[in-house]
Ligand binder design. Sequence first.
Ligand SMILES: [Zn+2]
Length: 273
Amino acid sequence: MKTKFILLVLSVYLSSISVINALELPAESAVPGGIAIISIHTEEKPEAYLNDQRVMVVGSSDNWKAIVGIPLTEKTGSQVLTVKNNDLKTNYQFEILNKEYETQYLTIKNKRKVNPNKQDMSRIVAEKEIISKAKSHWRDSDNITLQFIKPTEGPYSSPFGLKRFFNKQPRKPHSGLDIAAPKGTPIAAPANGIVINTGNYFFNGNTVFIDHGQGLITMYCHMNHIDIKEGSQVKTGDIIGKVGLTGRVTGAHLHWSVILNNTTVDPLLFLAK
Ligand SMILES: [Zn+2]
């Protein structure tokens, strides 16, 4: 009888831990390039979609949270999350607030990295397909860490979302967070995951993609060396490679991107603690 009671207490204690873990969320910031967190009260785990992209859902019965990555290109104002529960479809309206990102002007000495030649272009097109596939990867998982450790030591040198000009020509906004560090500084996995792609790409240089589950993907660029193989499982803190200056760079740094529902969001939202 006594043993039974202890077991009961233990199981209540353990289940309360798992509830706490499930509620460790990223910081919310419902702006373009940010994250909206939407509560869904259904008994069974629903599926959620934004612009036809599957969205991460975490939590437990009657207390689900959709963790919605908002594209940098999204307009401010009302947006709709579509929630599917069995055959039932419900629209959840939410508001996207405004955020003004700074402008940055960069001078790239290697002009081919700003205006690639014909041969470079065919390489870029082929690579774009591989990169898009990695960013849109989906794997079901109910055990996702939503608070990360910083993947490398060093100051932030370029925030996420900067409007960018390379050699005075407008280019896409900055899709990650840059951490300045000397060549050879180790880069660690910020959370548990599976390495789904490694490669050497024209703009991004030596690159690693880690899949953390349910469309949460992290990307590491310009690496000097990749120390991990495709298909490897990584745990928080495992070394995946070293900082370098491969690809389109002005100096040694780690470009770190975080992707949710196939859209890049501000990595700082996952470093809230
Ligand atoms: Zn960058």
